[in-house]
Design a protein around this ligand. Structure first.
Ligand SMILES: CC(C)(COP(=O)(O)OP(=O)(O)OC[C@H]1O[C@@H](n2cnc3c(N)ncnc32)[C@H](O)[C@@H]1OP(=O)(O)O)[C@@H](O)C(=O)NCCC(=O)NCCS
Length: 175
């Protein structure tokens, strides 16, 4: 049994797996419910056809449409997490950890050694999630994000190093 199969088997009603262009409208819908500057269906179609992009979806129960996604761009042995989001009803149930664990494992499996991301400094659920997965602050970018009200928010740059023996999961007990 591969690590992917073991992972799927261990996570009962929540499955994680790659998404395709067919999922682009749903991914745009989730993105619009999560961010002030939404990506369109066409944006997602472009990403999903780009071989440098790794995109995984979270699927609940027997649903064929994802309830969340993680999208990263890879360059050589580095990756940047471009976006992670769950539909609102799927939040607060630990699914973000299931999604991110799979996504990081898939990146590690593809030979990625270092993962970067940016997150708004007041986004407490996202910061807690990334810290739990071993991301550490690598910089601060004041005024990086434009808010809908015209003000600007600070971004934290975070990095996670993956070593050859590192499975990508957080060091604490599985949730
Ligand atoms: C970020 C996101 C994916 C997290 O998913 P979630 O289901 O809401 O979060 P979870 O319930 O799994 O909790 C994640 C962590 O945040 C913590 N947390 C949740 N709400 C919190 C709050 N209001 N304050 C502090 N910590 C909080 C949880 O305790 C958990 O911590 P742990 O990993 O140490 O156990 C989700 O909130 C989302 O889609 N947000 C909108 C998009 C976004 O901001 N994406 C990230 C930026 S790219």
């Amino acid at each position: 049994m591969s690590w992917l199969d073991r992972f799927r088997a261990g996570h009962g009603q929540a499955r994680v797996g790659p998404v395709s262009v067919d999922h682009a409208p749903r991914l745009a819908e989730i993105h619009a419910g999560a961010f002030a500057r939404p990506w369109s269906t066409e944006d997602f179609e472009r990403f999903l056809l780009d071989r440098a992009i790794r995109a995984d979806g979270l699927f609940l129960g027997r649903e064929r449409d994802p309830a969340g996604f993680a999208v990263s761009r890879t360059v050589l042995d580095e990756a940047e997490v471009l976006s992670v989001a769950l539909a609102r009803p799927a939040r607060g149930r630990g699914h973000s950890g299931t999604l991110l664990a799979y996504h990081i494992q898939a990146l590690a499996h593809a030979g990625i050694a270092r993962i970067h991301l940016e997150v708004e400094d007041g986004n407490l659920p996202a910061l807690a999630l990334y810290r739990r997965f071993g991301f550490v602050q690598s910089g601060v970018r004041p005024g990086y994000y434009a808010r809908p009200d015209g003000t600007r928010a600070t971004a934290m740059s975070m990095t996670r190093i993956l070593s050859g023996s590192d499975p990508g999961f957080p060091s604490g007990p599985a949730r």
